[in-house]
Design a protein. Structure first.
Length: 550
């Protein structure tokens, strides 16, 4: 509930501080006195947009501050989610600077307008004639029925499953799209993969094959060169080995004469050993060198295949071809993987559909059981409000779609008079009837759910006499479980309030200002008498006002 409201420099209000109590509060005043200004200021703390035209004095900032007692609204989770300090007595402040910049605070923490708007849903419901159009909206009609059906836990569970269901449906669609793309290229990818796989490529083999090819392709020249080398090394008279041995033998004769010769002898011995080893290896290589046309052709074919694949895939190495082969294998294998994934997702979706159907059936059952109660209570209240022949036709029917609040379609039809056909509310109900129906709806809802503070803004337009008296009684009855405000021009309703505020204009320093005042009992009698008879208050009007208050 709202416990206090402070307004500075807003429209015709210079400065205003007012405290509110729980129960039923009345706000009256002449047309143009500033009741709409009061609602406008309250709208600022509830997240509505503002501009410089809201400032009374454009050189000073406008401040609107409202205090709320929120301990009964279970709002701790909202405060945690928005990283705000929770307090059972929460203060919301809105400032509009002369520059036009707007700032908002919840318990002195800066917030944005969206956060204010989200919080305001739990705090205040400003109900005007215009808002009776909500009655024609299916979502609002479902909210009425679900409140009476006590469906909140069912709806939370259903919506939790529905969220998972929608996410999986999105995942399924994406996976199917990916599969379609893969299938579109499947045959070509398989061909490319098989071509590379058949080539049996190995890292580093290109260089080895090219060397082998060069060796086999030049076997005669290699053999000729090896024979010449072996001849130079091993020729009986002038071979290098024989010459080195003679060189060593002569040097050995001097080795005993000095360390220098000994060192040279050792080096010559090393050369002789190394050259002898080279000669033997050349001899072995010579024995291995032979012409093999078939092997040469096999290597040539493998090389041409690799060159062809490199050109086809526009790469320079076998390693790159192997990478492409692995990628193609993944694409080919992914068809099976995607098909398996789709089957798993479809199984999960099927399981969730079973759960959704069960929850939707529970919701439907509760709604079907609640409708007769709603029908009975609405008719009882509306009969008090002069709509003695009113009838409702409310039906829920199963849908094959998963909707945000179940699987039901709703028909909420209305007839105000005997002998008239049922029709849609917005088409067959008058403005006055809509106002009374909305009041009846709010009165019923107040019995089943914790509603925020309600401000009825001239909901009594178009009614008078006993009907107005009954409307006042209904609002007073609602105020036993919640805070209710009524902005009214009717004395019958004004007399039902537990406290009465008057909005009026005064002139100060040649400037018109709006003020709000809590009336004393005597002031209240005069105000109601004036509402009955006008500015010239008669004794009968005073007596009538006292009678209404009593």
């Amino acid at each position: 509930m709202i416990t206090a409201l402070s307004i500075e420099n807003f429209a015709l209000i210079e400065k205003l501080n007012i405290d509110f109590s729980n129960g039923f509060s009345i706000i009256t005043g002449e047309t143009g006195a500033g009741k709409s200004i009061l609602l406008g200021a309250l709208g600022l703390v509830l997240g509505k947009r503002a501009d410089l035209s809201s400032l009374k004095n454009t050189t000073e900032k406008c401040i609107v501050e409202a205090n709320f007692a929120i301990s009964k609204y279970n709002l701790q989770l909202f405060f945690e989610a928005n990283d705000l300090d929770y307090d059972d007595y929460t203060i919301i402040r809105r400032e509009i600077l002369p520059s036009g910049k707007s700032r908002a605070f919840i318990n002195d923490s800066p917030v944005n307008l969206q956060q204010l708007q989200e919080l305001s849903v739990y705090l205040i419901d400003v109900h005007s004639q215009h808002q009776t159009l909500e009655l024609s909206e299916e979502d609002f009609q479902f909210k009425i029925i679900d409140a009476i059906a006590i469906n909140q836990s069912h709806l939370v569970a259903y919506q939790h499953i529905l969220k998972q269901y929608k996410e999986l449906k999105t995942t399924l669609d994406t996976t199917k799209e990916n599969l379609a793309l893969v299938l579109k290229e499947k045959d070509y990818n398989e061909f490319l993969f098989n071509e590379l796989n058949t080539a049996n490529l190995k890292s580093g083999e290109l260089e080895t094959l090219e060397q082998s090819f060069e060796a086999l392709n030049n076997v005669e020249a290699i053999k000729e060169n090896l024979d010449a080398l072996l001849s130079l090394a091993n020729e009986d008279n002038f071979g290098l080995l024989k010459s080195l041995k003679e060189f060593k033998s002569i040097l050995q004769k001097n080795s005993s004469f000095s360390q220098t010769y000994q060192s040279l002898l050792e080096r010559t011995t090393s050369i002789l050993i190394e050259f002898d080893d080279i000669s033997k290896e050349l001899n072995r290589e010579s024995e291995l060198v032979y012409s093999d046309p078939e092997k040469l052709e096999t290597i040539n074919q493998k090389l041409q295949l690799i060159y062809s694949l490199q050109k086809k895939h526009q790469v320079l190495t076998v390693e790159e071809l192997i990478t492409i082969q692995n990628d193609l294998e993944n694409k080919v294998v992914s068809v099976t993987a995607l098909e398996e994934t789709i089957l798993k997702i479809e199984k999960k979706i099927s399981d969730l559909e079973i759960q959704l159907d069960k929850k939707a059936a529970d919701i439907n059952k509760s709604r079907s059981e609640a409708i007769p109660k709603l029908n009975e209570q609405l008719i009882a209240i509306l009969n008090q409000l002069g709509m003695t022949n009113v009838r409702f036709k409310i039906e829920v029917t199963a849908s094959n779609k998963y909707l945000a609040n179940g699987k039901d379609n709703l028909q909420f039809l209305f007839s105000a008079n005997k002998g008239t056909e049922f029709g849609l509310l917005k088409k067959v109900a008058s403005g006055g009837e809509m106002s009374r129906i909305m009041l009846a709806v709010k009165a019923v809802l107040a019995q089943y759910s914790k509603l925020p503070t309600i401000i009825f803004d001239e909901i009594d337009t178009g009614v008078s006499g006993e009907i107005a008296n009954k409307m006042g009684e209904i609002m007073r009855e609602m105020s036993k479980t919640m805070q209710v405000f009524a902005i009214t021009h009717l004395p019958q309703i004004a007399a039902k309030g537990s406290q009465h505020f008057k909005v009026f204009k005064t002139i100060s320093n040649n400037t018109t200002v709006s003020e709000l005042k809590l009336l004393t009992n005597d002031e209240r009698i005069n105000e109601i008498a004036e509402m009955l008879s006008g500015k010239e208050i008669s004794d009968s009007a005073l007596n009538h006002a006292k009678a209404l208050l009593n």
